[in-house]
Write a protein that binds this ligand. Structure first.
Ligand SMILES: NCc1[nH]cc(CCC(=O)O)c1CC(=O)O
Length: 309
């Protein structure tokens, strides 16, 4: 058994909260292990003046952490699963995925109680094509304006009056103790979450059996099945936040899971939705089948057009 585990983490308050949470759990379960945090600045955190899509997508938040693992400077990396690309770097594996925090998108505003209360042409902040497409599908009159940075920065931009409302993940706000900022929750049928939303992923070296064993108690097997389906879908539709797509999978009784997903044009005018279920053992096939169905329905054409931009 190891006597020391180093956890690489981004430096945002949410990332630090998540890394500290995992560190605390490991110390509780294994008092003999020394757990240390290694905060790392990632490219995705540094470049805030351009949309994520332009600077290379969400892999930018995890690459530096993966290098730390591969070079042996750290033993674990804690991520928001949502920020991870469909493929992990060679030699690395998901040691555990945690129980899911609230998966919903949250409506945050100083002036309005819900999406329905927003006046015509109100300005809503989000840089997620997934949120944008679903927002505009529901309310084509709204103006969606880019919003980047960590959770605190986004809230500050809202408070400074640049937006009438912003959409953020409920999970991040709750972890940071900012629930009071949430005016209402958007139902997962109206804003289908991103693959992995609300789940923390703990990544480690595939050959580091001691570390894998030390964190195995944090693994939630039921969520793992759901995540397998969500990530299989993500891999099929392009694996990055460049696509206006989402999927949400939940356990459904004994050894079954159900999924709902969508692919849309960024303006929300075209939106294809589907639902399907399977046994948990067939999670990947479920995600792939749903992706294929939505791609055939019109999603493939949308993704092709997006690549031209
Ligand atoms: N895009 C950044 C990001 N990555 C994970 C979360 C929240 C936590 C989670 O979904 O697990 C957030 C903030 C947000 O989308 O509002």
């Amino acid at each position: 058994m190891k006597n020391r585990i180093v956890i690489a983490t981004r430096e945002s308050l949410l990332a630090l909260w998540q890394a500290r949470y995992v560190a605390g759990k490991i110390k509780e379960a294994h008092p003999e292990i020394d757990v240390e945090l290694l905060p790392v600045t990632t490219k995705g955190d540094q470049i805030l003046d351009r949309p994520l899509v332009e600077i290379g997508g969400k892999g930018l938040f995890i690459k530096e952490l993966e290098v730390m693992l591969l070079e042996g400077q750290a033993d674990l990396a804690v991520h928001s699963l949502k920020d991870m690309t469909a493929e992990l770097a060679d030699g690395l594996t998901l040691a555990a995925v945690t129980a899911r925090e609230d998966p919903r998108d949250a409506f945050v505003s100083g002036k309005y109680a819900s999406l329905d209360e927003l006046p015509q042409h109100a300005v809503v902040g989000t840089s997620s094509l997934r949120r944008q497409a679903q927002l505009l599908h529901y309310r084509p009159d709204l103006t969606v304006k880019s919003l980047r940075g960590n959770v605190q920065t986004r809230l500050r931009h809202l408070d400074e009056g640049e937006y009438d409302a912003v959409i953020l993940a409920a999970a991040g706000l709750k972890r940071l103790g900012l629930d009071r900022r949430i005016k209402s929750y958007i139902d997962t049928n109206d804003s289908i979450p991103a693959a992995g939303q609300g789940v923390m992923a703990i990544e480690a070296r595939t050959d580091d059996a001691d570390t894998l064993e030390a964190v195995s108690f944090l693994h939630n097997a039921n969520i793992a099945y759901c995540i397998r389906a969500e990530r299989a879908f993500l891999a099929k539709v392009g694996g990055d936040c460049k696509v206006p797509a989402g999927i949400f999978v939940v356990p459904d009784g004994r050894k079954k899971i159900v999924a709902k997903a969508f692919i849309a044009s960024p303006d929300g005018k075209e939106l294809y939705r589907g639902e399907d279920g399977a046994s948990d053992a067939e999670a990947e096939a479920l995600g792939e089948r749903l992706a294929e169905k939505l791609l055939n329905a019109g999603g493939r054409e949308i993704l092709k057009n997006l690549q031209k931009i």
